[in-house]
Design a protein around this ligand. Structure first.
Ligand SMILES: Nc1ncnc2c1ncn2[C@@H]1O[C@H](COP(=O)(O)OP(=O)(O)OP(=O)(O)O)[C@@H](O)[C@H]1O
Length: 673
């Protein structure tokens, strides 16, 4: 037995032993290979996505950036899990963090929408994404990308502006650099150029809608750039072949949704289309960026491959930049073929990042349509009982049989009828009523009475000299408090319905009564005609720019009550104070006393242009092109607007046109008015 055992150990195992071992061996090897392949695929995928989310370097001749889709985890890592130490600031819809990309060490600003962000916040996010991703100017903060995780964390990625907002730099941090007049003057020229780009070099023109120091960002050298396009709108020129108003679209149908979530409103009489409004719009629209050096027919195209092409419109089959929302979103209309459909073409080009932005926005729009439809249908056409009472949801549930017919009838109501109903509903202006109520209460509390608290004073802009004289006379006969309150009611009536206690005249530290989900623009900066349901135009931005000019020139907030004496109280409202100084011919009194290296001519120029922009009638306000011309000395310096000028109107005390030209090195002189 032992010898047999020994032999069996020394001899090689029989063949059938090998065969029995083969399957487990093969299975093991295959498993190993499979694991190896999986690891390889995962590593490759990570490498590819990292490369894709890394922003492309900008070469000098390829100045256009592309909007990228960043992975949320990358941004989380880059901001150390959105740590408070990296927080740059907080706005109406979320916080902004400084991010440093791990592999490139590139610094970015990342705006993370609040977790409990409202639908309005979400719409602003998409609005900003649609518009800002198409803009490319040295005076506009670049939107570099976005991220949208499954958990609905909405993130926008911008170029980092080291000195943050003008609001903080001027009022909170009181940056020494801003005490230099030159820096302030360059800053306003930068903003003016940014607005000129939006109004004159984009087609359709972009209306920012919320120009204020909080949305002017400063880079490391205090160069100003315009940011925050959450409330921006496109101005659609009907003559451009852009969509005309469609039935049931763009009407102020008075629904709360329309008013409180105004980004969703569509193309109204004004020819304005809200980008967020594509939710309800079957129309397409686009932003093309016209070449500032070229004729209007010239354009530059950023192709899907990333190259910048220049040419004439007839030369190519697509526009420079567009954020086309598709011809017919709801009805599934044409998705390509139009000359304006650069976006769609990008899509077909295969996986370009901008195409992804569009995909992403379209997806969101689709989901919003689905979310909103049932609600609207219920409101628009609720079934009615035999005694003409509106049947409640409850009663329908309780007695389904009894109301079966009604339910069927209800379900069969066609879209046409619903649209008609919505159209006929009276526009609601609850915010205006509330505002006037609040204001009257406030005045009563102070023991003041003013008959004009509810008047639309901007609509009664005195065009005729007689009218102006009458107004001035009557103003003169009233107390200064009343005059102050005129300005007050005028500026505030159009403000946002806001949680801030504006009526108590307290301005928050952040300076502004900031974005809130209810209305567009910011109190004190918003054009008076804007909130009054009038046309929204570039002139609304011009008005806000006028306020900004006064704020930068005076170095103070537009509303600031510092002490109780009457003199201080009269100055509280910057705009009213500036007007008053203009009447008295003492405009320079408004200029910030703490500023050094002051150029009085430039300061007067700024304040005068500011007053020009603040004219009640939008048509009288200059265009941004004219303003840039005046600021840069290329155009003739302005005269004070008649409504502000001391009586009789005197010429503006500038140096002669020639001198001004010499001063600024301008070459082209043209009349502005
Ligand atoms: N690109 C940026 N670089 C550096 N800081 C930024 C950048 N963008 C925003 N910030 C900072 O974050 C703050 C909040 O910005 P955000 O745009 O969210 O709000 P806001 O414009 O001040 O307010 P609102 O959104 O209510 O209008 C700004 O005041 C600014 O200081």
């Amino acid at each position: 037995m032992p010898s047999r055992h020994l032999r069996s150990l020394s001899e090689p195992p029989p063949l059938h032993h090998h065969i029995r071992l083969l399957p487990p061996l093969l299975a093991g090897t295959l498993t190993l290979i499979l694991i190896f392949l999986i690891v390889l695929v995962v590593l490759l995928y990570r490498k590819i996505t990292r490369n894709r989310t890394a922003p492309i370097a900008r070469s000098p001749n390829h100045h256009h950036h592309q909007c990228r889709c960043y992975s949320y985890s990358l941004l989380r890592r880059a901001t150390s899990s959105f740590s408070p130490s990296n927080r740059l600031g907080h706005g109406g819809f979320g916080s902004v963090y400084k991010a440093t990309l791990p592999n490139t060490n590139q610094h970015l600003a990342v705006k993370l929408m609040d977790q409990n962000g409202s639908l309005q916040g979400e719409r602003e996010f998409h609005n900003e994404l649609s518009i800002a991703s198409c803009l490319d100017s040295p005076n506009i903060v670049s939107l570099l990308g976005y991220s949208c995780s499954r958990k609905k964390k909405l993130v926008l990625v911008y170029e980092l502006m080291e000195n943050r907002s003008l609001q903080e730099a001027l009022f909170d941090r009181k940056c020494e650099e801003l005490m230099n007049w030159k820096v302030r003057f360059e800053l306003v020229i930068g903003v003016a150029k940014g607005l000129e780009y939006l109004h004159h070099f984009c087609s359709p023109p972009v209306i920012h809608g919320d120009i204020k120091p909080g949305n002017i960002l400063l880079d490391s050298c205090f160069n100003a750039k315009i940011g925050d396009f959450g409330l921006a709108r496109l101005r659609i020129e009907e003559s451009n072949g852009f969509p005309e108003k469609k039935e049931g679209f763009g009407e102020d149908n008075g629904s709360i949704l329309e008013e409180t979530e105004s980004v969703a409103s569509g193309c109204g009489e004004s020819g304005i289309i809200d980008v967020g409004g594509v939710v309800r719009s079957p129309e397409s629209f686009g932003v093309r960026v016209l070449d500032s050096d070229a004729s209007p027919e010239m354009f530059s195209v950023v192709s899907p491959e990333g190259g910048v092409h220049k040419g004439s419109i007839s030369e190519a089959g697509f526009d420079k930049m567009s954020v086309d929302s598709g011809r017919d979103l709801i009805g599934g209309g044409k998705k390509g073929g139009s000359r304006r459909d650069w976006w769609w073409k990008q899509d077909n080009g295969g996986g370009s990042e901008s195409g992804r932005v569009k995909d992403y926005v379209m997806e969101w729009i689709g989901s919003e349509i689905n979310k909103e439809r049932p609600k609207q249908e219920w409101n628009a056409a609720s079934p009615i009982s035999s005694d003409n009472k509106l049947l409640s949801k409850k009663s329908l549930k309780r007695e389904p049989k009894k109301h079966k017919k009604k339910l069927e009838w209800w379900a069969s109501l066609d879209e046409e009828r619903m649209k008609k109903k919505e159209k006929n509903r009276k526009p609601r202006e609850w915010w205006k009523e509330e505002f006037c109520e609040e204001l009257t209460k406030k005045k009563k509390k102070r023991g003041l009475s003013s008959s004009n608290s509810g008047d639309l004073w901007w609509q009664k802009d005195g065009d005729g000299v007689q009218e102006r004289k009458r107004k001035r006379k009557s103003k003169g006969s009233r107390g200064s408090m009343d005059r102050w309150l005129d300005g007050f009611s005028g500026e505030f009536r159009n403000g946002r319905r806001n949680s801030q206690d504006w009526a108590s005249l307290e301005i928050p530290r952040s300076g502004g009564i900031s974005s809130t989900p209810s209305m567009r623009g910011t109190v004190c900066y918003i054009a008076p005609e804007y909130g009054g349901g009038s046309l929204l135009s570039e002139k609304c931005d011009v008005y806000s720019f006028g306020v900004l000019l006064l704020v930068v020139g005076s170095g103070r907030r537009p509303l600031q009550v510092t002490a109780s004496p009457m003199s201080e109280f009269e100055r509280a409202m910057l705009i009213s104070w500036a007007r008053q100084l203009a009447y008295n011919g003492k405009l320079l009194d408004i200029v910030d006393a703490s500023v050094h290296s002051l150029d009085k001519d430039q300061a007067l120029l700024c304040i005068t242009i500011g007053l020009l922009c603040l004219q009640k009638s939008p048509s009288k306000r200059p265009t941004m092109k004219e303003i840039v011309g005046m600021l840069s000395g290329e155009a003739e310096p302005p005269h004070l607007p008649f409504e502000f000028s001391p009586s009789p109107p005197s010429n503006f005390p500038f140096k002669s046109r020639r001198k001004a030209r010499e001063l600024h090195g301008g070459v082209h002189v043209k009349s502005c008015f």
